[in-house]
Design a protein around this ligand. Structure first.
Ligand code: HEC
Length: 153
């Protein structure tokens, strides 16, 4: 007969550890990063700055591949969060999180939209262009200032 100890330990590993790991992530989210189902978090009006050439290229790919969920000007939809949001500033979501999102997808962890599926077949160059586009939008909307955290743009 199994002693209850290893059984409980297994239960801990299965049930508590993933939750703790997830909490570890959202735990890093300060209250000003409060997120929800999306609808009320969508930025009311996004300021679109004069975009660099690279950002314009990124905007074009974004508008064919990401816009369905992340919305026009990355303002969010009822399918996905706004990327022009404090939570996605480079200090909290550095450029690699964009590369990961496209390559691996994103398990739902900050919002209640469900998982983001990976976006197959996108060139590395297009991903860099999209990051550039989103960073320029973020900067123009006061999400971050300066270049304390390096970004592609
Ligand atoms: C089918 C809907 C959908 C599409 C298409 C989509 N996303 Fe997402 N994306 C989501 C959802 C939902 C989340 C939020 C997951 C969470 O944190 O709860 C997300 C999160 C992200 C994040 C945050 C990653 C992180 O580490 O938290 C980035 C960056 C991102 N998406 C970029 C993109 C880019 C770039 C594209 C286009 C190439 C794209 N997404 C296309 C639904 C989508």
């Amino acid at each position: 007969m199994l002693s209850p100890f290893p059984y409980r330990w297994a239960l801990f590993v299965i049930a508590v550890l993933p939750a703790a790991l997830l909490a570890g992530c959202s735990g890093a989210v300060a209250p000003e990063y409060e997120t929800g189902s999306g609808a009320t978090d969508v930025q009311p009006a996004i300021v679109v700055p004069a975009l660099s050439e690279q950002a314009v290229a990124g905007q074009q790919v974004f508008n064919t591949t990401c816009v369905l969920c992340h919305g026009v000007n990355a303002a969010g939809t009822n399918q996905g969060p706004p990327l022009v949001h404090k939570i996605y500033e480079p200090g909290h979501h550095a450029d690699f999180s964009f590369r990961n999102a496209v390559g691996q997808g994103v398990p739902a962890h900050h919002w209640n939209f469900g998982n983001m599926p990976p976006v197959p077949g996108m060139s590395e160059e297009s991903v860099e262009d999209i990051i550039c586009y989103v960073r320029e939008l973020q900067r123009a909307n006061g999400i971050f200032a300066g270049d304390a955290v390096p970004t592609v743009c």
